[in-house]
Ligand binder design. Structure first.
Ligand code: GLA
Length: 333
């Protein structure tokens, strides 16, 4: 009897080995972690929503984890290992945690891919051995800059009277590249460099952007109009709220964000326009669903994801946001 069971098991193992998949793996249910640095931000909720769609379609379990600090990341990875997950996707709270995260994933035998924010090594260089999907940050920043210039011209503002709030977060490379792209286009289009006011935010949320922008506006009473840009919609919303508080409403403020999730959409739904003029919509579908599918294929077929995928965006304003979302394959909201 014992021998018979053994033979059956051996035969099963051989069959699945022939199909190119180790027996144990084929039988194990697939479990994938999705760690994000700011679970309260609509962008990350959208990413999770699309990751759930992939889980449903492919039939794996998705473990969503908010990991706002290095300690949380490390314990989450151990926890995933204990739950017998095979891999995870992460937007890290700090890109400098790179080598530590890579070592931890390796020690726990988990496959790993990064999304949004790319890990860096001790010298600040991207860790290119880890597959990554991010946005084409500099180009998207340039789209923001172009949108601002076009609208300044449309309104017939004299550029010498316009201040630009550049909400910066220099420790994050993708944030640096985005705001640099916008700055470069402004300057190349004849916008006075001296009118660009850096407003460094301490954290990447609306409150911190508000505080940074408030200082920039208070210190520069010479400007009649303002424009604002930053790494995401939350940064620009902070600047827009600060400007409102100082009397710069939709007529005298042009803010263009990056994202296109609820923070921006809610602004466009308000009955009257606000200083939040537009957003470059990027794709939480690609960043959430496609990354999950790539991880699933890696686990089940041994197919490693491309090392680097950079996604694009499209500028939307309250006038065409529905159409742009549709074109980007995002459902109506
Ligand atoms: C960073 C930002 C997010 C979002 C993503 C998009 O992580 O903090 O708000 O813009 O990039 O990749």
């Amino acid at each position: 009897m014992k021998r018979r069971i053994f033979l059956t098991l051996a035969a099963a193992a051989v069959t699945s080995m022939v199909a190119g998949v180790p027996a144990a793996q084929a039988a194990d249910p697939v479990k994938i972690g999705f760690l994000v640095k700011q679970p309260e931000e609509p962008w990350f909720q959208d990413e999770w929503k699309f990751a759930e769609a992939a889980a449903k379609k492919d039939g794996f379990t998705l473990v969503k984890i908010g990991a706002q600090s290095g300690e949380k990341v490390m314990s989450a990875i151990d926890n995933l290992h204990a739950q017998q997950a095979q891999g995870f996707i992460i937007c890290t709270p700090d890109v400098k945690l790179g080598p530590g995260i890579v070592a931890k994933a390796k020690a726990d035998g988990l496959k790993m891919m990064t999304v949004d924010d790319r890990l860096v090594d001790g010298s600040g260089k991207p860790i290119d051995s880890v597959p990554h999907m991010g946005i084409s940050a500099y180009n998207i920043g340039q789209q923001v800059g172009k949108g601002l210039i076009d609208e300044i011209k449309k309104r017939g503002w004299d550029m010498k009277d316009v201040g630009a709030i550049d909400v910066t977060y220099e420790q994050l490379p993708t944030a640096h590249d985005r705001t640099q792209g916008a700055t470069d286009i402004l300057v190349a289009s004849g916008f006075p460099k001296a009118n660009i006011i850096a407003a460094p935010q301490a954290k990447t949320d609306t409150e911190n952007a508000f505080n940074a922008a408030n200082i920039a506006i208070t210190k520069n009473p010479q400007f009649k109009h303002w424009v604002a840009y930053g790494l995401n919609d939350e940064a620009v919303l902070g600047a827009v709220r600060a400007a409102e508080g100082r009397g710069f409403k939709a007529d005298n403020m042009i803010g263009i964000g990056i994202g296109g999730s609820d923070s921006a959409l809610n602004e466009f739904k308000k009955p009257n326009p606000t200083g939040f003029y537009g957003t470059v919509i990027i794709s939480p579908k690609r960043h959430g669903e496609e990354t999950s599918e790539l991880m699933y294929a890696w686990i089940t077929q041994g197919k490693e994801p491309p090392k680097l995928t950079l996604t694009t965006g499209m500028l939307a304003t309250r006038d065409n946001v529905g159409k742009v979302r549709e074109e980007m394959g995002l459902a109506a909201k």
